[in-house]
Design a binder for this molecule. Structure first.
Ligand code: GLN
Length: 304
């Protein structure tokens, strides 16, 4: 398979479509990014890296980090986690608070903000220095020191964090939050402010395409069955209220972030990261999703 030729073709076709969206502006520091950037990196299971466009430019991975924190916590708590967070798609925006009240403080899934806050709370319970250990873990997955936390993005989000703070207090009122709220929010805002390039992000997702074994870390990160479960969650919940549409159009397990990145895997074949900052109204990158749709259309195989 000529992956380099394939992603270049996809890249040029998407560029020619001239798609327009809107850069996330509720975190002011993210709104400063050049909206025209666009990159794709694909990593196969031999470790070959293919890239096009701005694939080496670090960007704010935002909610994509929810997959990394879930992986760390899943290894420790395993299925016990599911008494605190469900595994159902929400059909609601990522920062919605509505379901949390009538479902008594149990978030729908670990990828909406409410669920991710529970996961970060669990991370704080088990890891002494959660921010450093998360960075080290992602560096290990990527096979190099690549993670940087952008303090301006972190502070910008903290200063506009009313909704995430409200979610945390709400969870606490249902006794689904064990650590001090400010401490957990600091970790959460830091994980969202991680910057990485498409290349490193795709490498950090490689173990999910490879039955839980990372060729870059050279170890089993998750059991085969746990890796399969994270992929199932990404397929059903990775794109908030657009998860169904992504599964229909693209058909890959993946996770998006409001920085405009999407990381996805084709099990037993490759992992891929695409980035372009302009988002659709559901908070997912317009060009990234279109690129993945074209890519899976052009492939001679699919998940299904
Ligand atoms: N930092 C963002 C938030 O918590 C992440 C949201 C996202 O990427 N969807 O609001």
């Amino acid at each position: 398979m000529d992956y380099q030729g394939l992603i270049e073709e996809v890249y040029h076709e998407v560029q020619a479509e001239n798609l327009k969206g809107k850069v996330a502006d509720y975190i002011p520091e993210i709104a400063n990014v050049d909206p025209n950037q666009f990159g794709i990196a694909l990593v196969d299971l031999k470790g070959n890296v293919y890239g096009v466009g701005d694939h080496q430019v670090p960007f704010s991975i935002q909610s994509i980090s929810k997959v990394h924190t879930l992986t760390m916590v899943f290894n420790v708590f395993n299925t016990k986690l599911w008494s605190r967070v469900n595994v159902e798609p929400s059909g609601d925006p990522f920062n919605s608070i509505a379901q949390l009240e009538y479902e008594k403080g149990i978030p729908r899934n670990p990828f909406i903000n409410a669920g991710a806050l529970v996961i970060t709370d669990a991370l704080c319970s088990k890891f002494e220095n959660p921010i450093d250990q998360l960075s080290e873990f992602i560096n290990e997955l990527a096979g190099e020191t690549c993670v940087k936390i952008n303090p301006d993005v972190m502070n910008s989000e903290k200063n506009h964090g009313e909704r995430n703070t409200a979610l945390a207090y709400f969870l606490k009122s249902y006794k689904n939050f064990n650590n001090p709220i400010e401490e957990v929010l600091n970790v959460y805002f830091s994980q969202c402010a991680i910057e990485m390039s498409c290349v490193d992000l795709a490498k950090s997702f490689s173990f999910l395409a490879n039955d839980g074994f990372s060729i870059f870390a050279d170890r089993q990160i998750l059991s085969e069955s746990s890796a399969r479960r994270i992929n199932a969650l990404m397929l059903t919940c990775g794109f908030y209220d657009e998860a169904g549409e992504f599964a229909y159009r693209v058909g890959l397990p993946g996770k998006s972030g409001v920085g405009g990145g999407v990381a996805a895997v084709m099990p037993h074949k490759f992992s891929i990261a695409v980035w372009s900052p302009e988002l659709n109204e559901k908070g997912n990158s317009i060009k990234s999703i279109r690129a993945l749709e074209l890519l899976t259309d052009k492939l001679s195989f699919s998940l299904f």
